[in-house]
Design a protein around this ligand. Structure first.
Ligand SMILES: Nc1ncnc2c1ncn2[C@@H]1O[C@H](COP(=O)(O)OP(=O)(O)OP(=O)(O)O)[C@@H](O)[C@H]1O
Ligand SMILES: [Mg+2]
Length: 439
């Protein structure tokens, strides 16, 4: 059996599902009780009461038939009618046929029971709901007997329904309130986890039911451990790089004291290379948190500013499509660093770069394209790794990098709950880098 359609109909949220689990049994019980109890039970009671009434009617009929003439019959019947609370008319006008109001369900049972028990009955009128009026044939002509309707059917079954509906509505309401209170801690935890995934730390304290609380505590532990790990890595990397700077400076100083010759020049180049590496290292190790708090900004204006700054720095960069509706939340300094690295790559390996901005419902996408050689699909993963420089033949005369630019950008994207995708630019033919971050 395929239950996909059922799954599609089910509410998706925990709240909706729990409410369904709660309401479904209540509605089912209501239906079962109404159908079985109300119909069966009230029908049975009505039949019983009508049966009792029927015996009195039969008794009256027998009295009337036993009398020798109409006068005697009238007298005999009147003598019992009073204590039995019946109204008797003898002789009565001839009447045939039954009548009841269409929604009078128990009336149907009353008529059926009376007709079954006594076949001299010619008419049963339940038209007024408060009286039963039946006509039967005796030896002395038609006799009409009327009595209170309450004597044949249990009164007010709808009171029970109203009570039942009212109670279950009240209980559902109470259950909803309880449920909401139980679900709130789960929702708060989901929110904290979601935000942490986007690199934002929101205050969160475990609360609610035992299981939710322990999941919340586990989440907090995890968050703390991840934060500590990042901090440790940063401290280690920046510590090493920083401590390397002093001996490097000393080396450079020492070299500059030596008389100029080829060997010394080579050594100086090496030292310069090492300094560059150390600088790049420090840049890489920079703590993300030091980039400040996330801000809600208009992404297009933000990117346009970076492009403009690069242009002033003499780089051949232009701004492409820039979707400028709505805002996104990110750490501007970090994103600027990532973008500058991507632009730097594009103009180093290509001759010009185009930056464009797209804003989706959940994500912000910044695309940097160039007209360089691009990166073949098989090498894209490697290019994103720290310290990986691809095939130096492709980078001729472009100056050697350290191999950290792309991994810095990827790191920043990840810390914003996003990622970096490498592809081929359709417009320019070179590399296309998509920097995607959660809004
Ligand atoms: N726009 C691009 N076009 C072609 N190849 C690229 C492009 N961007 C990066 N690459 C390749 O990916 C490699 C890794 O790039 P990455 O930015 O990480 O390091 P890098 O540019 O060599 O050094 P750094 O950015 O640290 O100065 C580069 O060495 C280059 O071969
Ligand atoms: Mg680079």
């Amino acid at each position: 059996m395929d239950f996909d359609w059922l799954k599609r109909l089910m509410p998706r949220g925990l709240y909706g599902r729990a409410a369904l689990i709660l309401i479904l049994p209540i509605v089912t019980i209501q239906l079962v009780v109404s159908v079985v109890f109300l119909q069966r039970h009230f029908e049975g009671v009505t039949r019983q009461m009508t049966g009792t009434m029927l015996r009195e009617v039969v008794y009256l009929e027998a009295l009337a038939n036993a009398a020798p003439d109409l006068i005697m019959a009238k007298r005999a019947v009147a003598a019992v009618a009073e204590p039995l609370s019946l109204t008797v008319v003898l002789p009565a006008p001839q009447a045939t046929g039954d009548a009841r109001v269409f929604y009078d369900l128990s009336g149907r049972v009353v008529i059926a029971t009376l007709r079954e028990g006594l076949d001299t009955i010619t008419a049963i009128r339940l038209a007024t709901l408060s009286d039963v009026e039946l006509t039967l044939t005796t030896r002395h002509g038609p006799m009409q007997i009327s009595f209170d309707r309450r004597r044949v059917s249990a009164s007010n079954p709808h009171q029970l329904i109203v009570l039942m509906l009212g109670t279950s509505l009240l209980m559902t309401l109470i259950a909803f309130i309880f449920l909401r209170n139980q679900l709130r801690p789960i929702r708060r935890m989901a929110l904290a986890a979601e935000e942490f995934g986007k690199g934002r730390v929101v205050p969160y304290k475990p609360s609610g039911a035992l299981e939710v609380r322990s999941a919340g505590a586990a989440f907090l532990d995890m968050r703390g451990r991840i934060d500590r790990q990042i901090e440790q890595r940063t401290m280690m990397l920046s510590g090493i790089s920083h401590d390397l700077r002093t001996p490097l400076t000393r080396l450079r100083l020492g070299l500059s004291m030596l008389p100029e010759d080829e060997d010394v020049a080579a050594l100086e180049r090496d030292v310069a290379e090492m300094s560059k590496l150390v600088d790049a290292f420090l840049e890489f190790a920079r703590d993300d948190a030091a980039d400040g708090e996330p801000e809600s900004l208009a992404p297009c204006a933000f990117v346009a500013q970076i492009v403009e700054d690069s242009q002033r720095g003499g780089l051949p960069v232009t701004l492409g499509v820039c979707q400028d509706e709505g805002t996104a939340t990110f750490r501007p300094d970090a994103l600027r660093r990532a973008l500058e690295n991507l632009i730097g790559n594009a103009v180093r390996y290509g001759n010009r770069a185009v930056v464009s901005v797209g804003l989706g419902p959940r994500a912000l996408k910044i695309t940097v394209e160039d007209d360089g050689p691009g990166i073949p699909p098989g090498q894209r993963e490697e290019a994103l790794r720290p310290f990986s420089r691809l095939d130096p033949a492709r980078n001729q005369n472009k100056g050697q990098g350290v191999g950290l630019g792309l991994s810095i950008a990827a790191d920043i994207a990840r810390s914003h709950g996003g990622t970096i995708r490498l592809g081929e630019s359709e417009a320019l033919g070179g590399l296309k880098v998509e920097l995607v971050v959660a809004r």
